[in-house]
Ligand binder design. Structure first.
Ligand code: FES
Ligand SMILES: [Fe+2]
Length: 321
């Protein structure tokens, strides 16, 4: 088990809830740990994906009644992860040591969240989730061969828009960013009133300056909301840290305007992130440097500077250097 209490004690998205079907175990990986997820009625089980008998992956097994059956010798595990039957010895009561490692899971915002540790906090807030004036469109997940903090920092970065997303999110003729503040608190980082030029911020075909407010809610979860003259567009972005240099990016778009189909919105986000991925995967060192002397910073990098400082204050080590 890795030694980063900050991430071990946090909640992480591991699956899109509609993809976890009743009757079928699902294998996922989080923080270098293989996990099996399975559903029984309303509850979601998340266990280490390993049968203590001979180390077989339980996710290759099947669900029978209220038990998960190991594919190798048929040991049956109940919802507490306790083995309740050795088929080769039907009269023998399995001891308490015949037990899988069980983690905590909850379903929120249409995602399955898992904590491998003893988190006392809740999953991060998604203010637009219950606001019916915003439609929500699920996008991803996107695999990035990059560290989680590098991926989050890319999400927080506006000065790459004119270069990486030219014509979509930015215009090289208007690369300037205003002076803005980024504040660190115990709740994370907030950077308000970041003004950038976009060629078509709200689907009307007209370029305009828009204002972004970013919030980093957890080391690997962040949101922004942007507004121009009226319409609002928000995004919730969260990373599954598979390993230190492999991340799965999940997002929701939340918007209160427009008549694009879900598929069109998803396609747009797919196109945007396909432009980000080669950039983020190329960054060296792969792990995000938390020592501010290690890379160069401009005033327009204040959100990233605050993010790095905050991660350092928290003591994050996984995915950072
Ligand atoms: S390895 Fe699972 S029952 Fe033997
Ligand atoms: Fe980008």
């Amino acid at each position: 088990m890795l030694n980063d209490p900050v991430l071990l004690n946090d909640w992480h998205v591991v699956a899109y809830a509609p993809n976890l079907k009743a009757g079928k175990p699902l294998a996922v990986r989080l923080l270098e740990e293989d996990l099996v997820l399975w559903r029984m009625g309303e509850s979601v089980q998340v266990w280490r994906d390993l049968c203590p008998h001979r180390g077989t992956r339980l996710s290759l097994g099947r669900i029978e009644g209220e038990t998960l059956i190991c594919p190798y010798h048929g040991w049956a595990y109940n919802q507490e992860g306790q083995c309740v039957r050795f088929p080769a010895h039907p009269q023998q009561k399995p001891p308490v040591t015949a037990h899988t490692v069980v983690y905590r899971a909850q379903e929120r915002y249409g995602w399955i969240w898992v904590s491998l540790g003893t988190s006392t906090q809740d999953v991060p807030p998604f203010p637009q989730w219950d606001d019916t004036s915003f439609r929500k469109v699920h996008c991803g997940p996107y695999l990035m061969r990059a560290s989680g903090p590098r991926a989050i920092e890319n999400f927080l970065d506006v000065t790459h828009f004119p270069y990486v997303h030219q014509g979509l999110l930015g215009d090289p003729a208007h690369p300037e960013v205003n002076d803005y503040e980024a504040d660190i608190s115990s709740d994370g980082v907030v950077a308000r009133d970041i003004s950038v030029w976009q060629p078509d911020p709200d689907g009307t075909g007209h370029g305009a300056r828009v204002t972004y407010t970013y919030r980093v809610l957890r080391p690997l979860s962040a949101t922004f909301i942007k507004s121009s003259s009226g319409p609002k567009f928000a995004m919730f972005f969260t990373i599954t840290p598979i390993s230190e240099s492999q991340s799965l990016a999940w997002m929701y778009v939340a918007m209160d305007y427009g008549d694009l189909t879900d598929e069109q919105i998803r396609q747009f986000q797919d196109d945007i992130i396909k432009q980000d991925i080669p950039i983020v995967e190329s960054q060296r060192p792969e792990l995000l440097p938390l020592d501010l002397q290690a890379e160069l910073h401009l005033r327009s990098d204040r959100t990233a500077i605050a993010y790095r400082k905050w991660l350092r204050e928290l003591g994050l080590t996984f995915g950072a250097v």
